[in-house]
Design a protein around this ligand. Structure first.
Ligand SMILES: CC(C)(COP(=O)(O)OP(=O)(O)OC[C@H]1O[C@@H](n2cnc3c(N)ncnc32)[C@H](O)[C@@H]1O)[C@@H](O)C(=O)NCCC(=O)NCCS
Ligand SMILES: Nc1ncnc2c1ncn2[C@@H]1O[C@H](COP(=O)(O)OP(=O)(O)OP(=O)(O)O)[C@@H](O)[C@H]1O
Length: 204
């Protein structure tokens, strides 16, 4: 039987791998993207229950006087402290899960993408039909992020990388891999995958 729901495709990759850049190319092709990391931040500022829970767990310093998330404070709390990462994950991830489900119900394209740094780590991959992992060598990722985020130290990047699943494990669990390296053009890889996913959606 033909289903009306779009195919749910996850796109993940470690910090600085280029997953948001790749997702933006799919977006140009008309595919709706759920940017989970950005949406998580929106929920952390606008979902009053979540705000309360974060303040209870991390203190009122978790927010700036104007109500925005105190990212600097929370980064220092969370990155490099696995127990605290676990705590924030247990508050934020269920809220994102619910929000994503509501979002998918309003989409009508053959497939949609969920872009997230953590798909395997959070277990949310089980709700998706296929997973794409974007990879690049760690050195390239670190250099890209240091250029993009001048406020981050190399030490913090290593702490973040240590809390993420290694690329080899992610790719072995994925259906598709996009290599974001200088000698491999991104757009042809995305176009090829887009055609495959449209075909797959048609068959479902
Ligand atoms: C700690 C916070 C406020 C820091 O914000 P900041 O803008 O400085 O960093 P940003 O969100 O861009 O994260 C930087 C990179 O760290 C990685 N990262 C973020 N959260 C986590 C996490 N819980 N575990 C491992 N890596 C993470 C991602 O690769 C991300 O791209 C923020 O990362 C956060 O709230 N994280 C916990 C919630 C979460 O897991 N969000 C992402 C998935 S829904
Ligand atoms: N092929 C590329 N060539 C040059 N720069 C690139 C390439 N791919 C990505 N970048 C740049 O590297 C940086 C990291 O890319 P991007 O933000 O897409 O990564 P990400 O995986 O989404 O990172 P994060 O997990 O931190 O959100 C960005 O500044 C982006 O413009």
């Amino acid at each position: 039987m033909k289903r009306n729901k779009p195919l749910l495709i996850g796109i993940t990759g470690g910090i600085g791998s280029g997953k948001s850049t790749v997702a933006r190319v799919f977006s140009i092709l008309g595919i709706p993207i759920y940017f989970a990391d950005e949406r998580a931040k929106w929920l952390m500022e606008n979902n009053s229950n979540l705000v309360k829970e974060i303040k209870n767990a991390f203190g009122t310093e978790s927010y700036l006087p104007d109500g925005r998330l105190n990212r600097k404070f929370l980064s220092e709390e969370v990155f490099g402290h696995p127990e605290k990462t676990k705590t924030i994950n247990s508050l934020v991830h269920p809220a994102v899960k619910k929000d994503f489900e509501a979002w998918t119900n309003s989409q009508h394209t053959p497939y949609i993408l969920k872009e997230a740094a953590l798909l395997f780590e959070t277990g949310s991959y089980v709700e998706l039909d296929k997973i794409i992992t974007v990879t690049s060598p760690i050195k390239v990722r670190i250099n890209r992020v240091l250029m993009r985020d001048p406020h981050r130290s190399e030490e913090q990047l290593h702490a973040i990388i240590d809390q993420q699943m290694p690329d080899e494990e992610k790719t072995s669990k994925s259906d598709y891999v996009i290599k974001n390296v200088d000698n491999k053009l991104l757009i042809p890889q995305v176009l090829q995958l887009h055609e495959k996913l449209l075909k797959l959606a048609k068959e479902n």
